[in-house]
Design a protein around this ligand. Structure first.
Ligand SMILES: [Zn+2]
Ligand SMILES: [Zn+2]
Length: 260
């Protein structure tokens, strides 16, 4: 399985995966206009997307899922609670995802990807993390989680590639430009992970399979790539895993493809 992170951050999140002839996406948080050239650049053929998985209803994840699904004749997989949302209304097919789900995504040419979902504490209910497995290689997409949760980490163990939210630096959030209510939301236990909290999750999640860690959903105002990177490296060093490759997902451009 190969993945490509199309965009990541508070303005929109999206990740493309390819397993054999099957193309899928996790989240479609950019506008269709912004997504289209990035998917072309990634080589997605005309009507080539088979599945679009949405983690939760916040627009930075769901924005154009329905419109993109309509264009590609794809199935949108999302929590039942968001099936009435405008963001997915135009999807030709909707399929329900929920906590504890363990199912298979099927491609037109017989490709299969195992899909597992785990519910996260976040202020949009439900919010799901997804674990995708193809040919015994495993990808975990874990973002928008308000606090470290050991059980969540245990249920998502075994990743070869881990996409983990490193949202904000606590000091920068406190001193930053957000109004107090938003600071409380982001920093609260239904909001987003601080760098320190992400380090804690990483301690539980980093296992013997892991070869690439991607830091995602970095706040443009309340974090800096170097700070998040240092935090991740510090934790990996402590775990004796300093050989693991660490990448930072970007808002404005796609990353190079990653082989899971
Ligand atoms: Zn988000
Ligand atoms: Zn969210």
């Amino acid at each position: 399985m190969q993945i490509r992170i199309i965009s990541s951050g508070s303005k929109g999140n999206s990740m493309l995966f390819r397993a054999g002839d099957m193309y899928g996406m996790v989240d479609a948080g950019l506008t269709l206009r912004a997504l289209t050239p990035r998917l072309e650049e990634a080589g997605v053929p005309f009507r080539g997307l088979d599945h679009i998985l949405v983690t939760h209803g916040h627009l930075d994840h769901a924005r154009s899922a329905g419109a993109l699904a309509k264009r590609h004749h794809a199935t949108v997989h999302c929590p039942e609670a968001m099936m009435q949302n405008r963001s997915v209304a135009r999807a030709p097919r909707l399929s329900n995802t929920s906590d504890g789900m363990d199912t298979e995504l099927l491609g037109e040419h017989g490709d299969k990807v195992r899909l597992q979902a785990v519910a996260l504490p976040h202020d949009c209910h439900p919010t799901l993390a997804y674990k995708l497995t193809h040919d015994d290689r495993c990808l975990v997409v874990l973002s928008d989680i308000g606090r470290p949760d050991r059980q969540v980490a245990q249920r998502l163990s075994g990743a070869h590639v881990l996409m983990l939210e490193f949202n904000h630096c606590t000091e920068m959030l406190e001193a930053g430009p957000y109004p107090d209510s938003l600071k409380r939301r982001v920093g609260g236990d239904q909001g987003h992970l601080s760098n320190e909290q992400s380090q804690e999750m990483l301690t539980w999640l980093a296992g013997e399979n892991l070869h690439t860690l991607v830091l995602t959903h970095l706040s443009a105002k309340n974090n800096q790539p170097e700070i998040a990177l240092n935090c991740a490296m510090e934790t990996l060093d402590k775990l004796g895993l300093s050989h693991i490759k660490v990448l930072i997902a970007k808002q404005e451009e796609s990353l190079e493809p990653i082989q899971v």
